[in-house]
Design a protein around this ligand. Sequence first.
Ligand SMILES: Cc1cc2nc3c(=O)[nH]c(=O)nc-3n(C[C@H](O)[C@H](O)[C@H](O)COP(=O)(O)OP(=O)(O)OC[C@H]3O[C@@H](n4cnc5c(N)ncnc54)[C@H](O)[C@@H]3O)c2cc1C
Length: 419
Amino acid sequence: MDSYDVAIVGGGPVGSFAASSILSQNKALQVAVFEHHQKSGFPPHCSGLIGIDGLKKLKIYHSLAKHVSFNQIKAAKFFSPSGRSFIIDRKQNELLVVDRPRLDSLLAKQAYKHGASFQYRSVVKRITRSKQGLNWIISGISPDTRKFEVVSNIIISAEGHHPRILPQAGLQPPSKKWFLPAFQFELENVSDIDRNFVELYFGSKFAPGFFVWLIPLNDSRTRVGLAIHPYLAKGVRKRLSFVTKKHPILSKKLKKSKLVNSWGGFVPASGPIPRTFTNGFMVAGDAAGQTKATTGGGFNIGGYCGYLAGKVAAESAHVNNYSSNFLKKYQQLWQSVFEPELSLMKFFRRGLSFLPDKKLESFFNIAIQTGIDTHMQKIQNIDLHGKALLKYSLTPRVLIQGLRLIPQTVVSLFQGLFI
Ligand SMILES: Cc1cc2nc3c(=O)[nH]c(=O)nc-3n(C[C@H](O)[C@H](O)[C@H](O)COP(=O)(O)OP(=O)(O)OC[C@H]3O[C@@H](n4cnc5c(N)ncnc54)[C@H](O)[C@@H]3O)c2cc1C
């Protein structure tokens, strides 16, 4: 039976970051990455809009991300259900639009070069503690070997949405209700767009529980997608077709467009799980809910948490201590960087998703009147906007104007928290 120091389940970006992180600390460690699909990054599911600041922190902006970038974004335009809008203009390139499948493959290649062994087309089905309780027995299937079984001292779950092995380790997975079904079209010939702007459209008629996005790739190609809350609507693909035909603003822009590609997935909006480690086990990325619940973005934050999980795994191998008591350092590290931001973003997502359009419209009016644009221009890192949103919500002008919306917002928040 093959034996590893660390087995990583999931060869997406988070799994690759974890593998590179371990091996850049200790080249001698045996690290395996088990990936269901034939290649990292495939099939695609992401819109590829990623904060430049976060990419720099991950140290891949210059070396990798810039080479797979289609476009750079300075500003976001937000549309209310009735079509009122405001712009948050960051005045400088803040986000990259990248080719995610290529970026994921490059990250896997980087981890491979560091010495990780990638086992593609290998699905991990079951994990159990060995009889002595010292390590994990990992079993799964792959078309080449049929069944496989390996042992490992540590497992890092980087399984993405709907993790399968996480509950087997006794940890609570993110709430399924907050992985929002999403679909996206890539279109040519979209008119009346600014290449430096992304556009976000809110309203229950088109994207109940989330929003519709428009992301320009270059002068001729654009991504338009949406996510919905599964309690509010079904049929995400049909709904996106409906948007392209019937949305009062978007349908005009898309009138002459031609569909060149489409794909779907689950936007991670659950917020972080309470516990991300146990004996010989850590979890990072979407599987741990380490994403911005407001927008569903998870590449940078999940990637950094993957890096931290790898760092702690290497340290634990160094001292031969795989206990929960040692691995709790991982949770302390990621929380010190990303909390209370992630929990605040979860709180905003839960409060907003079930607001009726009328109230959403009122929030847009308040945002426009109280200058949310200037407030949000000032924040340092766009990936971490939870505290900034809270601070803005608590300014006297917003509080006074927002008082009448509190009862409905509390109802919506309760719905969001307890569904
Ligand atoms: C429509 C959509 C748009 C998005 N847009 C953005 C965006 O613009 N910007 C952004 O930052 N984020 C975006 N995201 C979120 C982002 O894609 C995720 O946060 C990110 O991919 C998380 O990485 P991960 O490695 O945790 O999970 P994944 O990328 O999902 O990778 C997990 C991998 O694990 C493998 N796997 C799972 N279980 C097993 C198993 N048992 N055995 C073997 N392999 C397994 C899967 O095959 C997969 O390859 C979007 C998501 C969706 C759905």
